[in-house]
Design a protein around this ligand. Structure first.
Ligand code: CA
Length: 227
């Protein structure tokens, strides 16, 4: 799962990204409200950490757009505007949590983790397909209850496919997952990742298949029972 950091203070964005990486959460960064909108439209983010004072707009407007377009992406707002009226405005516009600057990075991480737990935790339907289940607490794949060890990229890929099981996951979504925004990538990296993942799932007898949807992307579904 990737997170999106929208913050124009490069130093602070670096610290946030590093602290998220410490708890194994990959992130993309942008300093622009417009670019954030583009990234959200094309990417698949688990949560967003949002600064309100951005050079090309107000984070509050980005939040409003997010909610008006029906996106339930969890958002933690971090801003120097910590007066009660500002907190209320942020929460009303659709923020899930609010952190006034300056803050401790420990508190930021704890709040992001709490946000992710709420978004994916108790009450939500379990992510299962075939004999496979995704354990949201350990972020690992279980086959018949036993953990299937996967390298980071394949683990991220199965996480994405399983969350969208029976629906097509577009190549652009996988690109956004594999490669940080603006990073170079080789065009066959996705094929290689999918190929390896297929082999592992077959070896583990996961009872699922990754179907190639030509020109679009991939889809995970339960394998039809053999005659
Ligand atoms: Ca700012």
């Amino acid at each position: 799962m990737r997170l999106l950091i929208v913050e124009d203070n490069t130093e602070l964005a670096d610290i946030v990204a590093q602290r998220l990486a410490d708890v194994r959460l990959a992130s993309d960064r942008t300093a622009s409200a417009e670019e954030a909108q583009l990234l959200i439209e094309t990417g698949d983010y688990g949560a967003m950490v949002l600064d309100l004072g951005l050079p090309d707009g107000d984070g509050i407007d980005l939040l409003r757009w997010l909610r008006e377009t029906g996106r339930d992406l969890p958002v933690l707002v971090m801003t120097a505007r910590s007066a009660v009226a500002d907190r209320v405005a942020g929460l009303r516009a659709g923020a899930d949590d609010y952190l006034g600057k300056p803050f401790s990075s420990d508190e930021l991480i704890a709040r992001v983790e709490a946000l992710l737990r709420r978004a994916t935790g108790a009450g939500a339907a379990p992510w299962t397909c075939g004999r496979m289940t995704f354990d949201r607490h350990t972020r690992s794949v279980l086959i018949d209850g036993r953990a299937l060890p996967l390298p980071p990229r394949e683990a991220q890929l199965i996480d994405l496919l399983l969350r969208h099981r029976d629906r097509v996951v577009r190549r652009t979504q996988i690109e956004a997952l594999f490669f940080g925004f603006g990073e170079d990538f080789s065009s066959n990296a996705i094929e290689v990742g999918v190929h390896r993942l297929r082999r592992r799932l077959d070896e583990a007898d996961a009872g699922v298949e990754i179907v190639t949807v030509r020109g679009l992307g991939y889809l995970l579904r339960q394998r039809a029972a053999a005659e």
